[in-house]
Design a protein around this ligand. Structure first.
Ligand code: EPU
Length: 417
């Protein structure tokens, strides 16, 4: 097990450069399969989630070259065979392979995807989309065999604007016959990133970024070049770090519009913030005001920033209320924050954060990716030593987190235990 040890209370200043977005890269890599020749994806973060996906591509026989931040993928040599369980259950995003292989070969065989244990996370909307396009699905013991003679464009209504289901429906429909309309689609920037990539290959997708996406199926897709957008969740996490312990901490290479729901809340709290064209500078602010936050799909407050911002809420003078509407099990960070000295009560899907409380280092566990990020932030602030176990969860989604924080003045160490 990997463990992160943080000596808290150090002021962070300087610049943190934000990497490519995990949740975009994990869709773009499987989407590469849909092209008939080489694609180049630039600004790919080096995290264990992207490693796991390239491992699956390699297993399938794709020709892959990694050149610094770019991945060159030639899918021409792929053999469409069953993806072994140990590869597909490492992460949730492996289900993009379901859609990309189905979209291209009209056949796929693989196991139910894995991912953080933050709720039930069914894939019924993805499967419903495949069925609407004409696919047959056979399921036994978490293994799926999905096939179609041909995929035919359809009118799909998603029961909730799920990012995964939206991207899966797009991937399966781009090479289908005729027009597909996806209603109640997710509007997240990662969905737009995928649509731009596919359009670069020759797909005909309009409306990505709105709740109605239209796709006119094409027969072939060619290789192209694309870039992963900056990671708005990584950016948000470090912006919050700046508000906790920053001294003019600059978060660079970002799209400020993508974190607007966060910066608006921070302003409401009174956080000292400077927003530039592609950067945000934050500093530790005293006398923070408590706020109410409710997680929602984009452009609402991102569920992925709900756990990180909880650390900042412990520093507000009064009671903040945070409501989680997307996942039913995303408060596993709370008992550990309380162990560090926070005063937080859980009431069903809401938490009440009573501030301001002093945090004091102790040993805590990262139960999932963003819970881990929340505890890293708490460790940066807390007096003394915070030891965070199971840090593998955090390494799935934050590129070079130790180096990035060390470079701006944190005292942080990663070790095996
Ligand atoms: N849902 C269903 N049925 C479905 C799909 C989703 O009921 O077929 C429900 C889920 O149970 C959940 C909600 O809809 O309550 C959202 O699920 P969604 O499918 O949007 O989540 P996802 O695609 O699994 C992506 C990110 C998450 C992020 C959410 C929301 C990836 C690989 N994951 O998840 O990222 O929280 O969108 O923005 O892109 C993370 O990065 O820490 C993370 C969990």
């Amino acid at each position: 097990m990997k463990v992160l040890e943080i000596q808290g209370g150090k002021k962070l200043s300087g610049t943190i450069r934000i990497s490519g977005a995990k949740n975009a890269a994990v869709a773009l890599i499987p989407a590469a399969i849909l092209a008939d020749n080489e694609v180049t994806i630039c600004n790919v973060p080096e995290i264990t989630d992207t490693d796991a996906l390239t491992e699956i591509l390699q297993y399938l026989g794709a020709d892959i070259k990694r050149a610094s931040e770019s991945i060159l993928i030639n899918p021409a040599t792929i053999e469409n065979k069953e993806i072994p369980k140990e590869l597909s259950t490492k992460l949730r995003a492996s289900y993009y392979f379901m859609a990309a292989l189905l979209g291209k070969y009209k056949y796929v065989e693989m196991y139910f995807p894995g991912g953080c244990n933050i709720g039930a996370r069914p894939i019924d909307q993805t499967l419903k989309s495949f069925k609407a396009l004409g696919a047959t699905i056979e399921e036994s013991e978490n293994k799926y065999k999905i096939y179609a003679k041909e995929l035919i464009g359809a009118h799909i209504y998603l029961d909730m604007p799920s990012v995964g289901a939206t991207i899966n429906a797009i991937l399966a429909a781009v090479r289908a016959k005729g027009e597909t309309i996806i209603e109640n689609a997710a509007k997240e920037p990662e969905v737009v990133n995928v649509a731009v990539f596919l359009n670069g290959m020759g797909a005909k997708i309009t409306g990505a970024g709105t709740s109605e996406i239209r796709i006119r199926g094409v027969e072939t897709l060619k290789g192209c070049y694309t870039e992963v957008i900056p990671d708005r969740i990584e950016a948000g996490t470090y912006i919050i770090a700046g508000a906790l312990v920053g001294d003019h901490l600059k978060i660079d290479n970002i799209i400020p519009e993508h974190v607007e729901m966060l910066t608006l809340k921070l302003k409401e709290m009174g956080v000292n913030l400077e927003i530039g064209p592609d950067y945000i500078i934050t500093s530790k602010t005293e006398n923070l005001k408590p706020v109410r936050i409710k997680t929602q799909g984009y452009p609402g407050f991102a569920t992925d920033l709900q756990q990180p911002i909880t650390t900042l809420l412990t520093q507000c003078e009064g009671t903040s209320i945070l409501e989680e509407t997307i996942y039913e099990n995303r408060f596993q960070n709370v008992p550990y924050l309380n162990d560090l000295g926070a005063n937080i009560e859980i009431e069903n899907r809401k938490i009440k954060v009573n501030g301001k409380t002093n945090l004091i280092g102790t040993r805590v566990e990262a139960t999932d990716l963003r819970a881990g990020a929340c505890l890293v932030l708490a460790g940066l602030l807390a007096e003394g030593t915070t030891t965070i176990t199971n840090i593998e969860h955090v390494l799935r989604g934050y590129e070079k987190i130790v180096e990035k924080l060390t470079d701006v003045g944190a005292d942080i160490d990663l070790r095996e235990e």
